[in-house]
Design a protein around this ligand. Structure first.
Ligand code: ADP
Length: 264
């Protein structure tokens, strides 16, 4: 009786681990993202696929403000920012947003002049204020987790691309993100080498990490992700359970794209 009084959630309530609403991005007058919406539950894995130039990478980079979105709302892991005002969101909000997201790039982006151990401990010390010992303990655990426990003192140039990418994943995980963002993490790797990176990502997914993955790896998209989001022309063409999007895409442009990719 009267229980609904006052209990209705406000319209702006953001409940998922990831809630993106009305995200847009313009470069000058060119609109490269328009009204992108995405809601993800904790532990969910979503793959983003679509033709080149669709806006996949820009979307991912807007989520942690590597690119500044022009409009929309981003809420991730308890951090929330509203884009498009006269001023940038305040520094504390942006720091929080970046803290809850871990990013892995196509080109690894390790510091070449630092050892593997230094690459993984430096962000922990700078961002979290960890002591050297704490940071090294975390790094050693993560090196084991990505299958490279004996590479702590190596320099990146001495490692294969697949090993460097696994180190980059360990470095991102060291900051305890709530959501991992992967931007084509295997595109720069030979197919066989890419498999070792995909195996680490699959483990992460199995362990319950929330993951958003821009990828051309259709097997990964189908088998590991819960849902697939197909982007085209700066927007979301469709989003649905992976199996359904792969086997019965609803959108004509998605069908064309999948045919081109799968017929290769
Ligand atoms: P995808 O990752 O799907 O290949 P991108 O997000 O890289 O697509 O690019 C989306 C669109 O935005 C493309 O048309 C691209 O040319 C344009 N774009 C990306 N970065 C910039 C930039 N810095 N300045 C102008 N246009 C850009």
């Amino acid at each position: 009786m009267g229980l609904s009084f006052g209990t209705k959630a406000p319209p702006t309530a953001l409940t998922g681990e990831v809630e993106v609403a009305g995200l847009g991005k313009k470069y000058g007058v060119i609109q490269v993202l328009k009204d992108v919406n995405l809601s993800m539950a904790e532990g969910e894995v979503v793959s983003i696929i679509g033709p080149s130039g669709a806006g996949k990478s820009t979307f991912l980079r807007c989520l942690n403000y590597l690119e500044t979105p022009s409009e929309g709302t981003i809420a991730i892991g308890g951090a929330k920012v509203v884009a498009g005002g006269a001023r940038l969101p305040d520094k504390a909000s942006l720091d929080h947003l970046r803290r809850v997201t871990g990013m892995v790039f196509q080109s690894f982006n390790l510091f070449p002049h630092l050892t593997v151990m230094e690459n993984i401990t430096l962000p922990q010390r700078k961002v979290l204020g960890s002591s050297k010992e704490q940071a090294e303990e975390v790094a050693n655990k993560l090196l084991k987790r990505v299958g490279l426990p004996d590479k702590a003192s190596a320099y990146p140039a001495r490692l294969s691309g697949g090993q460097q990418q696994r180190i980059a994943i360990a470095r991102a995980l060291a900051l305890s993100p709530k959501v991992m963002l992967f931007d084509e993490p295997t595109s720069a790797l030979d197919p066989e080498i890419g498999l070792e990176v995909l195996a680490v990502m699959r483990d992460l997914a199995d362990e319950g990490m929330t993951m958003l993955v821009v990828t051309h790896e259709m097997h990964f998209a189908r088998d590991v992700s819960d849902r697939i989001m197909v982007m085209g022309n700066g927007g979301v063409l469709e989003i649905g359970p992976s199996e359904q999007v792969m086997s019965a895409p609803q959108n004509e442009r998605t069908r064309q794209f999948l045919k081109a990719v799968l017929d290769r």
